[in-house]
Design a protein around this ligand. Structure first.
Ligand SMILES: Cc1ncc(C[n+]2csc(CCOP(=O)(O)OP(=O)(O)O)c2C)c(N)n1
Ligand code: SF4
Length: 246
């Protein structure tokens, strides 16, 4: 018997991500959460530059391609003009952290009532796998061919922990899309983040550890295994800040 699966209404076509990429999973989860919260026709996505921009090819929704790294600043402007519209900045680690860290941190610092979803695949995916702020110590990339040397580059950033410990944000969490159970947990985190915004609690963010098999030179299962065995031990999963009732 065929299994029928309800696809959120704002998804109307296939995405163009590489096979095994995590972006498509997260975009599907965001669409499901928006629909469940009654926000799917009341949302704008300020988009990062990178494979994250391809969200626009998969969802029928308002969105804006922002200058590189500046999606949280654009999100701030949108929210202040339209406080009752749900604003979701969707960015990669290179965009949100390496390139746009000033705007990203400033939005969290001010506790802007927006949601920022960051896809952490430990490199600049779209441009061929350069080192980013989340590249693992020792990881080989096209710009760290001998492996990332943290004595020279500094250490990888743990953004959700940073804003949860230093700023008055409403919600901060990190998940991974390596198994159905973990994907269900990521969905719960995204829904909590969006609900915090709808309830006007302030800034919310979810970082998702996500495979980039193309630039990692791994097959799909190998990429999932890398996240489980190498990346999660460095980037712990969980909720770092939330209201008691969530
Ligand atoms: C001002 C500017 N600098 C650099 C680029 C090139 N560029 C395009 S996408 C990208 C990296 C995006 O990486 P990330 O945010 O990690 O997203 P991913 O592609 O991995 O999802 C870069 C450097 C650009 N388009 N504009
Ligand atoms: S390059 Fe990486 S992040 Fe971009 S679509 Fe392919 S797998 Fe996904």
């Amino acid at each position: 018997m065929a299994v029928s699966r309800k696809v959120p209404a704002i998804i109307d076509r296939e995405t163009s991500f590489c096979p095994g990429c995590g972006h498509g999973i997260v975009i599907r989860l965001i669409a499901e959460c928006l629909e469940e919260l009654g926000q799917d026709n009341n949302v704008i996505f300020p988009l990062g530059v990178g494979c994250s921009s391809l969200l626009g090819g998969g969802l029928v929704t308002d969105r804006l391609h922002c200058p590189h790294g500046r999606a949280s600043a654009v999100a701030t402007g949108m929210k202040r003009c339209e406080p009752d519209v749900t604003i979701v900045a969707y960015q990669g680690d290179g965009d949100a952290y390496s390139i746009g860290i000033a705007e990203t941190l400033n939005a969290a610092y001010r506790n802007e009532n927006i949601t920022m979803i960051a896809i952490n695949n430990t490199n600049f995916g779209m441009t061929g796998g350069q080192m980013s702020w989340t590249t693992m110590p020792g990881q080989k990339t096209t710009t760290s061919p001998k492996g990332r040397d943290c004595a020279v580059t500094g250490n990888p950033i743990r953004f959700p922990e940073l804003v949860a410990s230093q700023f008055d944000v409403a919600y901060a969490a990190r998940g991974a899309v390596t198994s159905p159970k973990r994907i269900a947990t990521v969905k719960k985190y995204i829904k909590n983040a969006l609900a915090a915004q709808v309830n006007k609690e302030g800034y919310s963010t979810v970082e998702v550890l996500s495979p980039c098999p193309t630039n990692w030179g791994l097959d799909v299962l190998g990429a999932m295994k890398r996240i489980e065995e190498e990346i999660i031990p460095y980037y712990p999963l969980g909720e770092f800040k939330k209201r008691e009732e969530r």
